[in-house]
Design a protein. Structure first.
Length: 453
């Protein structure tokens, strides 16, 4: 994995910086890299015409802020610093000593750069810091956060204080942090940019889910070679049809709806009684519209017993028992909690919870929602970029499940299939005119797929 795409916890980031220092890079040099790189992004927003205020705290985040301010001043920018507290570290003290501009007690202007606290914060802002931040935020039209906004937990995305300001731009330093992809923090971060400082790849780091690379079918391809997916219908066949339609656009060569009773389907979707003995069957999807009664449980048990690569969604996750095994599960928050009860896992934040559940269950977990985490039993994990909030409508989870199952049937590994399906789902939402229904969203899955060719 490229270091540029990795997501590091506070402890991992500290270790990455320690490795650079051990290799001969001074703390002061690292601070210069971070501060000057961040200043480039601030300059793009502010230029020479807009008045910039840099709020500096006592730690190294504040030290970066002093360097940002001096870099902007040398370029001809209008910049002043508000010092919340004197710098504590030697590197931050050196950075402050290098600033030749104005230090003021209060300011108003165009752009506020929040360098009060960074990733090391483990508690809420004190009353004086919070009042200072709120006052400055209210008196500036644009707000930029350095690394993570002050008052945010870098590892969990939780807010240590209520009513924190929102930002137009967040500049990550050295590596991305979990908060950049977790709610509620990421919703208030605006656009996000990364300043690299030379960190090497870190074992156990997460990554962003990126656009996959697909290719056209081989010249001698046929539908079975491209993957045959069975989607099990239940009490509400519409959800299964949505999932199957999504799967048709996400790469599988043959999608069949398995139903015990006749179901009215589109002309290009085959409906038949379940036949799990077909050797051409590459994968199964169970759960969308399944129902939670005895008939639904029987259908789930049959699918599990078939021994095929299996994606579980929706009702199947409520019928699941600890002895059942599947390949991928796609729980939303309520289903995630239910699965944690079954498998005896848990955690403080969404990443920890997804990883623990993946390890306990042996499945790839797609913990979906406004923020989405994909976790594998072997410890790998990934975060989805922020997706459209218009996805908060009934049926979009069925579309996601179908896309993931299609990728699994097409031959992708379970972790890759989950990540690819999540990306296709997010891209389809991006290109579908809002507001949209699940039926409109599913029509954009083929276009999202084409973007990967």
């Amino acid at each position: 994995m490229s270091p540029a795409g990795q997501i590091l916890s506070t402890a991992q980031m500290r270790g990455a910086e320690d490795a650079l220092i051990a290799a001969g890079v001074s703390v002061e040099a690292l601070m210069q890299r971070a501060g000057q790189g961040a200043a480039d992004w601030v300059w793009r927003m502010a230029g020479a015409q807009r008045r910039v205020t840099v709020l500096c705290g006592p730690g190294n985040n504040g030290g970066d802020g002093w360097i940002i301010a001096e870099t902007l001043r040398q370029r001809g920018g209008q910049v002043a610093v508000v010092e919340a507290a004197a710098p504590r570290s030697a590197a931050a003290q050196v950075a402050k000593a290098g600033f030749r501009g104005a230090v003021v007690e209060a300011a108003s202007g165009d752009v506020l750069v929040d360098c009060l606290y960074g990733t090391g914060l483990t508690r809420g802002l004190g009353e004086s810091d919070l009042a200072l931040l709120h006052g400055l935020a209210a008196r500036h039209a644009y707000r930029i956060a350095l690394d993570v906004p002050s008052g945010i937990s870098s590892d969990t995305g939780a807010a240590w204080n209520d009513g924190l300001p929102d930002y137009h731009l967040t500049i990550a330093l050295g590596a991305w942090k979990p908060a950049h992809g977790l709610m509620p923090a990421c919703a208030a971060m605006g656009a996000m940019r990364l300043v690299e400082i030379g960190c090497a790849a870190v074992e156990g780091a997460g990554r962003w889910i990126a656009r996959p690379e697909f290719s056209a079918p081989a010249p001698d391809a046929h539908k079975y070679r491209r993957g045959m997916l069975g989607v099990v219908a239940g009490a509400m066949s519409g959800a299964a049809i949505l999932a199957a339609t999504s799967a048709q656009g996400a790469g599988a060569g043959y999608v069949k709806l398995f139903a015990h009773t006749p179901v009215h389907t589109p002309p290009d979707l085959v409906c038949a009684a379940p036949d799990y003995s077909d050797p051409r069957l590459s994968a199964l999807l169970v759960g969308p519209g399944l129902g939670r009664d005895a008939q639904g449980f029987f259908a789930l048990a049959q699918a599990v017993e078939a021994g095929k690569p299996l994606v579980l969604d929706a009702d199947a996750l409520h019928l699941l028992t600890k002895g059942m095994r599947a390949t991928i599960a796609t729980p939303h928050e309520g289903e995630l909690a239910a699965m944690e009860q079954i498998f005896g896992s848990g955690g403080e934040d969404k990443i920890t919870r997804a990883r623990a559940l993946a390890q306990a269950s042996g499945m790839v977990i797609v913990a979906k929602g406004p923020d989405t985490v994909v976790a594998a039993p072997d410890g790998r994990w990934a975060l989805a970029p922020r997706a459209s909030s218009w996805l908060s409508t009934a049926g979009t989870g069925d579309v996601l499940a179908g896309a993931i199952a299609s990728r699994l049937a097409s031959g992708a590994t379970p972790f890759d299939a989950a990540c690819q399906g999540v990306w296709l789902h997010g891209e389809a939402a991006r290109i579908t005119p809002a507001p949209f229904s699940a039926g409109e969203l599913v029509k954009s899955i083929p276009s999202a797929y084409r973007a990967c060719l």
